[in-house]
Design a protein around this ligand. Sequence first.
Ligand SMILES: Cc1cc2nc3c(=O)[nH]c(=O)nc-3n(C[C@H](O)[C@H](O)[C@H](O)COP(=O)(O)OP(=O)(O)OC[C@H]3O[C@@H](n4cnc5c(N)ncnc54)[C@H](O)[C@@H]3O)c2cc1C
Length: 317
Amino acid sequence: MDNGSDTGRPLRVVVVGAGVTGLAAAHAFESAGIAYVVVERQAEVAPPAGATIGLFPSTLRVLKQFGVLDLVEDGSDPFEDGFSNRDARGRVLSSPSWRQCLRDNLGHDFRVLERRAFLQILYDALPDKSKIRLGRTATKVQDGPDAVHVDLDDGSRETGDVVLGADGVRSFVRQAMWEEAHLEPGTVKDEAAITTTWRCLFGVGPGEPGRPNAISVSSFPGKRSVVVSHQPNLSSFTFFWKTERRPLAARTRYTADDAAEAAASIAHLPLDEKRTFADVWDRRQRAQLVDIQEGVLSRWHYGRYVLVGDAAHKVRD
Ligand SMILES: Cc1cc2nc3c(=O)[nH]c(=O)nc-3n(C[C@H](O)[C@H](O)[C@H](O)COP(=O)(O)OP(=O)(O)OC[C@H]3O[C@@H](n4cnc5c(N)ncnc54)[C@H](O)[C@@H]3O)c2cc1C
């Protein structure tokens, strides 16, 4: 395959961010034979942060192409005991058989695994780790006529034909792209596209013997809901509160005390016939209170800039 650019040298992509999107891009470039480098601010590829990632059949099909589907399936358990929607007293409202429905129609289950375990699987399966440069933060992007240069905080520079901003919802590459695009007035109208309307308390804990291998979603008065999942080796909870809409720039960094206070305010809420939120909270290994951003940009590229993942498209209500 000819991946040459009009500069006479092979096409090279500088990927900023080694989250799920950046590592997935690395796999795609490996498959396509495109030269790339990934730079990542974190020193570890899979730091102990975040909770779980849910993977639907469409994603699992891509993971099969990357050759990591078996590892993802080995590292997670299908929700054999099903799915339930529950009311504010923990009673089952409905138990749709969507697991079977997904399998019958799309050929795969829904899987949940720890985000860090998923990142580790994606990283381990890449053939050349020297292309993933950890502990380096992109600090400047310069888009030129023949190449794009990405300066890093260790004083080094990566040069390529395209810079791929896979650097998350607060993307630095997106900001650099907007600054260049503003030189051409009217090109970008996305500054207010991403907002926050949900606060979220999430966490993970160990599996619990005797508990069903299942997912439940409960709704409570006051625009609150919780998703609780349980597998033999992993349990997780994600509790949402609807809040007033705020711009992305209005950032709140919640402390562990804020998380504990939020958990105390919902501790009494029933999750099913036997358990309250306090039961899953008390078993947590890790938990965090965060704001959840939402929004989709109208423009995902400009010049040699391309935005992907949360940098361009964050879940929407
Ligand atoms: C620490 C963390 C924990 C998360 N936990 C969960 C979770 O439990 N459940 C869930 O559903 N979603 C979680 N998310 C969000 C989820 O990962 C994304 O919504 C989704 O996977 C798409 O990811 P992404 O790769 O586009 O962005 P992200 O996952 O945000 O990854 C962006 C990456 O870019 C790196 N980066 C940012 N700026 C720079 C820079 N200037 N130079 C170099 N690198 C940079 C970041 O360190 C990060 O590794 C988490 C995100 C983060 C960053």
